[in-house]
Design a protein around this ligand. Structure first.
Ligand code: 11C
Length: 359
């Protein structure tokens, strides 16, 4: 049966993306939309109209927005949270405590050792712990509520090729990454700019470098014997982040050093990226990309405008794979920051949970 989905932060930019991705979804129906008290009681079209660029799918038009209270969402099978971090902490915790499954794009619980941080193309295995805990809780008639976080958008693009290469060649010891990030990551669209980006590059994004350096290690680390998700990767990651005049699609210039003295060749690195298959593809999830990582050979690709929508924004593009005179290899990564970098990852997590009988 189709599962009932709720969306928190429904009028925000991530919430709107969740709504668009759920509107035509074969396994989930849009069932409850939550927003601030200011929007509660209004039909969604009315609540979101102050956002000049909003696209409203027909299945959401007449849904009446409610406040983000667990009691309003009690009969949802899954709740996607696009809440801002100032509201997400208390609300998501209340939902979890009342037995709801929350898949969150907010940063609040990403570092919590009992909360998995999942980029579904690369560490869906961390969901095993959730599946086990939920089955035990069900058997004991206990609360089966939990929170799963998806990562920061630039982290999502970075960890996919890193994880694919670790799976094939063993640990990576050092990573440097310089990002060129789209304005939609800051919640802006081209028509509604929040700052002077045209003819400009802003060489600072608050908190972003720390997220890349920290989240990458949690995602690519193993799960501890006590099922906790503490930092377990010993990789050193150094990030520099820039905002550029692009609407969607984060580009990242990455250099890596393998821990092993037996280095693969450039061709072997490319082949390993091409051959990588994610669990979402193996399980046949409806939103899974056809190819997880596209390796492009043209010298000037990937580019955001040309390559961000591969496989509906769920695939990662890698280009310019070459030797690095300081580290071992360098390459460019492009990911769609609002799809696989945000709401799309949340949807894929839910699809995997459904296939595993958790939802
Ligand atoms: C950006 N990475 O592009 C941010 C947006 O932690 O989910 C996403 C923030 C987050 O500015």
């Amino acid at each position: 049966a189709i599962k009932k989905a709720g969306v928190l932060g429904a009028t925000g930019s991530v919430g709107q993306k969740f709504i668009l991705l759920l509107a035509e979804h074969p396994e989930f129906e849009l069932y409850k939309l939550g927003a601030s008290a200011r929007s509660a009681g209004k039909p969604y079209t009315e609540a979101v109209k102050w956002r000049q660029t909003a696209t409203i799918p027909p299945s959401a038009t007449d849904l009446v927005v409610v406040e983000c209270k667990a009691s309003e969402f009690a009969d949802c099978d899954v709740v996607f949270s696009g809440l801002d971090s100032d509201a997400a902490g208390d609300i998501e915790n209340e939902f979890k405590e009342s037995g709801l499954v929350v898949i969150s794009n907010a940063k609040n619980y990403r570092r919590a050792p009992d909360v998995p941080l999942v980029v579904p193309l690369i560490n869906a295995s961390h969901l095993d712990v959730v599946a086990r805990r939920v089955k035990q809780a069900r058997a004991a008639n206990k609360n089966t509520g939990f929170i799963i976080c998806n990562s920061n958008c630039s982290t999502a693009g970075l960890v996919v090729p890193l994880g694919a290469l670790i799976a094939k060649f063993g640990d990576i010891s050092d990573v440097t990454v310089t990002t060129l990030q789209a304005i939609s990551g800051a919640g802006f669209s081209p028509g509604v700019l929040g700052f002077d980006i045209l003819d400009n590059v802003i060489p600072y994004i608050s908190g972003e470098e720390e997220k890349l350096e920290w989240e990458t290690k949690k995602i690519l680390g193993s799960v501890a014997e006590d099922d906790s998700f503490a930092l377990r990767s010993t990789m050193t990651v150094s990030a520099q982040c820039n905002r550029v005049a692009v609407s969607d699609g984060h580009l990242e210039c990455v250099s890596i050093k393998f821990a092993t003295p037996n280095k693969p060749s450039v061709e072997q690195v490319k082949q390993a990226l091409r051959d990588y298959v994610s669990e979402s593809q193996i399980l046949g999830c409806p939103s899974a990309p056809k190819q997880c990582i596209y390796v492009l050979e043209e010298a000037d690709r990937p580019q955001p405008r040309l390559d961000r929508n591969r496989d509906n924004g769920y695939a990662i593009s890698v280009g310019r794979v070459r030797e690095d005179p300081v580290f071992d290899f360098k390459f460019i990564v492009l990911s769609h920051n609002t799809v696989i970098g945000a709401a799309g990852s949340g949807i894929l997590i839910a699809e995997i949970l459904l296939k595993r009988g958790v939802l």
